[in-house]
Design a protein. Structure first.
Ligand SMILES: Nc1ncnc2c1ncn2[C@@H]1O[C@H](COP(=O)(O)OP(=O)(O)OP(=O)(O)O)[C@@H](O)[C@H]1O
Length: 300
């Protein structure tokens, strides 16, 4: 592939009336790897992706492909393939759906059979979409995004509802797209769902950035730790600093690199800080994720 295209989100804020869906979000998504865009329901993932794709206007900040906003891209279909909420006409065959989309986008029709082959759907090409399983629809949505042979793929919850075989397949497929030098951004509300598929993570919660980094850096975090919170977080931070404890701030409190809550509680006692919670964080990637986004926030 040619040179890669980076997704650049800079100071992005989006408000809908009184609701702030996304607030001062800054991150980049690099080519050559699969990046998971993670956060609980209502965290602002879809709003971010819709803004990136020019479907919403930012209140502040920018969302671009290598510095160019979607509507200014010279060849949008060759630059980015996106599957947000893919809707298919139930009476159309898979091949017909792709033909109609290709024609509307000015893409040569020979791509239709190529992408059907790519997603392993050739034998179902003539079948009506109305009879497709969720997994087949997901594959067709993916095929649609690939029509323009884009350098960037933006996929909203592509793994949701897939069976284990489908998950195995998409995992390998996303990795092969990234190995070709593409930029692959995959949203999900579950870390466990994408954990085998992604190299990097961008985690948001309530519209704000919580964490970016490699999946392995998150795995390092997954050792036993203590979560502590206080009505006065500034005082608590000072007490933790005083005790020489390392921590990161999550929605549910401070995640302290100390497996013994007794030691953390003692540090708070010495600093004369009233605590609102103190518990040991079980080891594990999903626990680590939930602590970062604020456990119990899962349902919007
Ligand atoms: N058009 C809109 N008008 C008003 N509020 C909106 C609109 N779109 C999104 N929101 C609000 O913005 C917040 C973020 O929603 P968004 O759909 O971006 O989150 P999400 O992370 O994609 O969640 P989900 O996984 O449930 O889709 C929510 O509080 C939502 O209700």
């Amino acid at each position: 592939m040619g040179d890669g295209t980076t997704i650049e989100i800079t100071g992005l804020t989006k408000r809908f009336g009184a609701v702030t869906a996304v607030e001062d979000l800054t991150f980049t998504v690099e080519p050559g790897r699969v990046t998971g865009f993670l956060g609980p329901n209502g965290a602002g993932k879809t709003t971010t992706l819709r803004t990136l794709l020019g479907l919403e206007r930012p209140t502040a900040g920018t969302a671009t492909f290598g510095g160019t906003v979607y509507r200014d891209l010279e060849r949008p279909f060759e630059t980015v393939g996106a599957a947000l909420d893919a809707a298919f006409h139930p009476g159309r065959s898979a091949r017909n759906h792709l033909r109609v989309t290709a024609t509307a986008a000015g893409i040569r029709s020979s791509r239709v059979d190529e992408v059907l082959e790519q997603v392993g759907m050739s034998e179902f090409a003539g079948r009506r979409v109305g009879g497709f399983s969720l997994g087949m629809r997901q594959r067709l949505a993916l095929a649609t995004t690939l029509l323009g042979d884009p350098r960037v793929l933006v996929l909203d919850e592509p793994i949701n509802g897939l069976d284990p075989e489908g998950i195995r397949w998409i995992r390998g497929f996303l990795q092969s797209l990234a190995r070709d030098g593409r930029t692959v951004l995959v949203s999900s509300h579950l870390l466990s769902e994408v954990q085998q598929s992604v190299d990097e993570v961008v985690i948001i919660s309530r519209g704000r950035l919580v964490r970016t980094g490699t999946l392995s850096s998150l795995e390092l975090d997954a050792s036993p730790r203590t979560v502590v919170d206080a009505p006065d977080r500034a005082r608590l931070a000072a007490a933790l600093d005083q005790a020489g404890l390392e921590y990161t701030e999550g929605r549910g409190g401070f995640i302290v690199a100390e497996p013994d809550p007794g030691i953390v509680g003692h540090a708070a006692f010495v600093g004369d800080v009233e605590l609102s919670s103190l518990h040991r964080l079980k080891s594990g990637l999903e626990e680590s994720f939930l602590a970062l986004v604020g456990e119990g926030e899962g349902e919007a």
